[in-house]
Design a binder for this molecule. Sequence first.
Ligand code: SF4
Ligand code: SF4
Length: 348
Amino acid sequence: MRTVTLGRTGLTVSKTAFGTVPIQRLPEADAIVLLRQAYDGGITFFDTADTYTTSEMRVGKAFEGMMHKITVATKVSPRTYQEASAHIENSLRALKTDCIDLLQLHNPPQCYADHDGTTPLDAALAYQKKGYVRHIGFTSHSLSVAEQAVQSGLYQTLQFPLNVLSGPADEALIQACEKAQMGVIAMKPFGGGIIKQASVTFTYFSQHPNVVPIYGMQRQSELRELLELEAAPPLMDAYMKKQTRQMIDAIGGQFCRGCGLCNKACPQGIQISSCNRMGDFLSRNTLATYLTAKWRDAMEKTRTCTDCGACVHACPYGLDVRSQMCDSYDIFMDLWNRLGDQSQNPVL
Ligand code: SF4
Ligand code: SF4
C-alpha cells in the first residue's frame, strides 16, 4: 500500500482511504467486518462525520483498542461554538477515543478567518488546546470558500470534490494546498456515482501523489477491486489516456460538486443541489434519511420549476441542471411509490 503524508499534519496515511458514508446501509456486524478487512488489506485512513448516523460508532467499534494503528478523520457540522462542542464530545464518545486525529469543519459557508470565540473553529481550537483533537481541517463543496480556507492559513487539510472530471481550477486548488503545506483529501472520487471505471479514477489519483481519495465502500467486491488496483497500480499509458478522454467527453458535464450556487439562484426556492444528487444519496445513505415526507415534498417542489434557466447560468461548471432534476425526480418517485416513507425504518 502506498502512503501519503497529509501536508504539515505529518500524518502518514494509506493512499487508498475508506469513506464511511455507505457503511450506514449495512447491518452493524457486516460494517465492522468490512472496516476490519480494509485494515487487513492495508487501508489505514478512515473518514467519517458527526452527521453520518451510525458511521462514527461503527468505526469506533471496529477499531476499539487499536486507534493508534489507524488515522481517523471526522467532521463537525454545527455552525455555533456550543453545538459544535457538543458534537465533538459525541464524536469522541462514538469513536471510543480520547483524541481525534483530524477534525474537519464540515462544509461551512465561510472559513471563519475573523473567528471571534463563537464559531465552530473556536470550538475545534479549544478541544485541540485540551488535547482532544490533533489537527483541524476544512471540507468544502465550494471552490471560492475552499480557496479562502487555503489562504487563511487556519487549516492543516482541505477536503474537496476531486476526480478525473476535475478542471483547471481544481488543479490550481491542489497546487495552492501543496504550496501551503496542506494535506489534500478528495471527496467524490467516483463523481458521486457517475464514474464507473475504478481503474480510470485510480490512475488519475496516481498522477496526484499528494492527494488522498476517500472511496466510499459498502461491498466486499468494491474493497477487493481497490486493493487489487493498489497492489498493481495501472499506468497512465496510451490506452488509459484514451479511456480517460472518452470518459471526460461522455460525462464531464454531469459532475455536480454540490456547491449550492444553483439553489441561491432559483426564484422558486428549489433545493436543486440536493434534489439533483438524490440518486447518489439514496444509494449511499440509509433510506430512512432520504426516503421521507420531507424529501418527498422537496422533490415535488422541483415540479414547480418555471424553466427560467437561472440555475444553469449560476452553475460554475455549466451543468445541465434541469435535465438532472427530472432524472432525480424519477429515481426518487420510483422508490417512494414502491416503498413509501422509510423514516421509521432505520435498518434500511
Ligand atoms: S430553471 Fe427551474 S430550477 Fe432552475 S432556477 Fe429556474 S425555476 Fe429554479
Ligand atoms: S449543479 Fe452546479 S451550481 Fe448546482 S450544486 Fe451542482 S455544481 Fe453547484
